[in-house]
Design a protein around this ligand. Structure first.
Ligand SMILES: CC(C)(COP(=O)(O)OP(=O)(O)OC[C@H]1O[C@@H](n2cnc3c(N)ncnc32)[C@H](O)[C@@H]1O)[C@@H](O)C(=O)NCCC(=O)NCCS
Ligand SMILES: Nc1ncnc2c1ncn2[C@@H]1O[C@H](COP(=O)(O)OP(=O)(O)OP(=O)(O)O)[C@@H](O)[C@H]1O
Length: 189
């Protein structure tokens, strides 16, 4: 009877434009399967379109972003609708990876507040300086300084320090080029 290989689940977290998706891409190139929790959020919004429409009068991604990222109470209302299903879905996908002995990466800005770190064997907390993140946000999302500041305010809750839980967290700086970032990540695995 053969032994199933061990599965390893790595969480990737960090603030807006720190480089979480790039970190997940690097892990994917090493055979990890990605659970992209931002995408699950968009899928959840479509699944729960009726509740979202009732609560906000719209299900449009951009319009909702404008509403919830400038008002913490509205963001909490949206999270209360979509997060329970999202957390269950991540759990289902992790179970399936573990059963198949596959490695996985959970890419989630809200890894800690959603409690998803409890599914992980290791967490990479990606950091980059504020000016670097602003330049990336401007290039990728055409965000104005005001829009950038609004995003930052909605992300105060994301830090791992706010979680008293015992999980192996490595901080990975991503202020330089991709090659250096990739080397840092691979050294930590
Ligand atoms: C409000 C929504 C519709 C705005 O969509 P939009 O396309 O404008 O932004 P996008 O999803 O690309 O997110 C932009 C940035 O905000 C971050 N972000 C998304 N949701 C949240 C949140 N609840 N709290 C803090 N940051 C968030 C993302 O990680 C990303 O860094 C969407 O972000 C959403 O449905 N959020 C709630 C679900 C959720 O919590 N998703 C994040 C899981 S990690
Ligand atoms: N080391 C790097 N060198 C060059 N460009 C980078 C680097 N890291 C990230 N970027 C670019 O910065 C932008 C943000 O990176 P990425 O999407 O990985 O961040 P994120 O943390 O996943 O963002 P979000 O918070 O929106 O989910 C992207 O356009 C990406 O290509």
């Amino acid at each position: 009877m053969g032994c199933r290989p061990l599965s390893r689940i790595v969480g990737v977290a960090g603030l807006y434009c720190a480089g979480k998706s790039l970190a997940a891409e690097i892990l994917r190139s090493r055979g990890y399967e990605e659970i992209d929790v931002d995408s699950l959020g968009h899928y959840a919004r479509e699944r729960m379109a009726r509740e979202v429409e009732e609560a906000f009068g719209t299900t449009d991604r951009r319009e909702l972003g404008r509403i919830v990222f400038s008002d913490a109470e509205q963001l909490r209302r949206l999270e209360a609708i979509v997060h329970p299903w999202m957390i269950d879905e991540v759990g289902r996908r992790v179970d399936s990876l573990r059963r198949e002995g596959k490695d996985g990466v959970i890419n989630a800005a809200l890894l800690f507040p959603m409690g998803l770190h409890s599914f992980c064997d290791k967490v990479l907390w990606i950091t980059a300086s504020l000016p670097v993140r602003f330049l990336r946000a401007r290039r990728r999302d055409s965000l104005t300084p005001c829009g950038f500041i609004r995003r930052l305010r909605s992300q105060r809750k994301l830090y791992p320090q706010k979680v008293g839980e015992n999980v192996d967290i490595s901080r990975v700086a991503n202020n330089g080029n991709r090659r250096r970032f990739e080397r840092r990540i691979l050294d930590l695995l």
